[in-house]
Design a protein around this ligand. Structure first.
Ligand code: AP5
Ligand code: ZN
Length: 216
């Protein structure tokens, strides 16, 4: 199955996508992670996107669709979790066309509903492991040992440059203006499955599991 995780910054898309990789053997395609990889490897494209990302604005459709196309065409995965993509109507159309070309489709869209106050708390407390990608939070999910990743033992724990209140304001505006129209777009296709993203990680995962079981 191919599923999309749709939701504002901090809704828990990355956290849940990582679980689905473990539990269901799906492949996570996070355009945010791909873009961060491009910038840390210092490519021309990486330089162009760094400034846009730090401000909290959306990178162009052309760049992100290109990244997704590369991953889809080179893969024999049994299904994908799209995390942070699509984010505009043009990206949604492009994804439909790309999957269609592979004889596949979007099977379900999980809309993670969270209110803005919770998003600010989640984003400002977040840090991640630079080695394995595990996602943490100062209050709700600290590491067991200070400064050391629980999963892989790395001490490379990082905070994102765009995880400050100023950038978050722009990221939220971008979400409401450009991404939230996708809720109606997928609702009209009969693909939309809202879940309460404010619940605890385990409860959100259980809800999402029920949606996935209904798709297969
Ligand atoms: P991206 O990396 O996609 O960031 P985002 O959408 O802002 O989403 P986040 O990663 O911030 O949040 P998340 O929903 O994954 O939450 P998480 O699980 O980490 O994009 C970054 C930038 O790249 C964009 O601004 C844009 O510039 C560019 N970009 C990316 N894709 C693009 C595209 N398609 N088009 C154009 N530009 C693009 O959780 C957050 C925190 O909350 C964590 O600390 C976690 O531990 C905690 N948490 C999670 N779930 C729960 C829970 N249930 N209860 C309590 N705490 C929780
Ligand atoms: Zn780690």
């Amino acid at each position: 199955v191919n599923i999309i995780l749709l939701g504002p910054p901090g809704a828990g898309k990355g956290t849940q996508a990582r679980r689905l990789v473990e539990e269901r053997g799906l492949v996570q395609l996070s355009t945010g992670d791909m873009l961060r990889e491009a910038r840390s490897s210092g490519t021309e494209m990486g330089k162009v996107v760094a400034e846009v990302m730090d401000k909290g604005q959306l990178v162009t459709d052309e760049i992100v669709v290109g990244l997704i196309r590369e991953k889809l065409e080179g893969s024999d995965a049994k299904g994908f979790i799209f995390d942070g993509f699509p984010r505009t109507l043009a990206q949604a159309d492009a994804l439909g066309a790309l999957l269609g070309g592979l004889g596949q489709q979007v099977d379900g869209v999980i809309e993670m509903q969270v209110d803005d106050a919770a998003l600010v708390r989640r984003i400002t407390g977040r840090f991640t492991c630079g080695n394995c990608g595990e996602v943490y939070h100062d209050e709700t999910k600290p590491t067991a040992k200070d400064g050391v990743c629980d999963v892989c033992g790395s001490t490379d724990l990082r905070r994102r440059a765009d995880d400050n209140e100023e950038s978050l304001k722009t990221r939220l505006l971008e979400y409401y203006k450009k991404t939230s129209p996708l809720i109606g777009y997928y609702y009209a296709k009969g693909n939309l499955h809202p879940v309460n993203g404010l619940a605890e990680v385990e409860a959100v995962a259980a809800d999402m599991g029920r949606v996935l079981d209904g798709l297969t």
